[in-house]
Design a protein around this ligand. Sequence first.
Ligand code: NAP
Length: 379
Amino acid sequence: MASFSSIQPAAAQPPSSTATSSRTSHLLSHHQHPDQLSLPSPPPSHRRLRRRPHCIRAIDAAQPYDYEAYLFNRFSQSSKLKIAVVGFGNFGQFLAKAFIRQGHTVFAHSRSNYHAVAQSLGAAFFTDPHDLCEQHPDVILICTSVISTESVLRSLPLQRLRRNTLFVDVLSVKEFPKNIFLQVLPHHFDVLCTHPMFGPESGKVTWQNLPFVFDKVRIGNEDSRVNRVETFLDIFKKEGCTMVEMSCSEHDRYAAGSQFITHTMGRILEKLQLESTPINTKGYETLLNLVENTASDSFDLYYGLFMYNKNAMEQLERLDLAFEALKTELFGHLHEALRKQLFGKSEEGGHRRPMLAKLPKNGTPLLPPQSEAVANKNN
Ligand code: NAP
């Protein structure tokens, strides 16, 4: 049995008569007491029956005001979505906070039990996906790890959803979820693939000017379906994101060269166990921040960037080559200096240059002190 722990959205109801009369008396207090209002005299037949001819009912005076409020309420409710966040971990919770802040209703579902967390955020948590789908959310937002996405999607009882439910994902790779959605979801479901290019760390304070990538993969023609996608995208626009519409394949090409490299560098630096010093340069601070930003992400996330983006392998190889090339350049300079010191001008006849056989051990000075001056002079 699933637990449903939170507040349902207030349905758009006409205001109650109690609320109406209290509001009305407030309005009237600025003018006159209802008994003091003068109205046209009733027809003669009524005159005989009524002792207080000028008495009116407050609700009559207040109706136009209340009707406006009612319409406004209905309008604002129509721009709110019921969003089911599937995968309520680090990133799912981070997004849910913004949805709730903007007045949308959030239903959450995850492998682990996040009942208490959901309750504290103002979301409803469902342990059973059947119960989740029976809420008929407008949007199913897939926030699971990349590697678990397919099994999670296949575990959802799609038959319990409304026929044209909108499926959205926020995975850090894009071609993979797009293909899975198109394989698994019946054609009457809408599909929007997205990638907020920020996370709980980098978007901690604000989402202003942070890129939000999206690809409207399959959206039905009806106005309601087109509007629903726009309402969802509006959430990110309202937070100040820079909206970038691009195809999933284009995203993956760019992301391998930027995001995957960033995460890889962050993880390499993390392995070096960098520490803050009393003389940090700005550049070094940037490296420490990079480690902080990437280390808080799960290894599943990083592995997903590698495994499910076909461009990642090439980037890893390029990184390897770049490192080798840099070392070759560095040792090439060192080698030149050493040769000049060892052989002086006698080598100028074009002898073969011996390669540097092996690197000195870490921490061992590369050059004896007396040769440093020669090396520096020759550089
Ligand atoms: P993650 O490690 O990529 O994913 C964690 C989520 O996946 C949790 O909700 C977890 O559920 C679920 N999950 C993991 N293995 C599962 C399995 N075998 N079966 C069912 N559910 C499973 O970390 P994340 O940071 O929360 O990221 C979520 C998604 O958002 C990822 O696809 C990621 O690429 C994307 N994204 C993340 C960021 C970011 O900065 N963190 C930014 C943009 C996009 P439980 O917690 O219930 O175990």
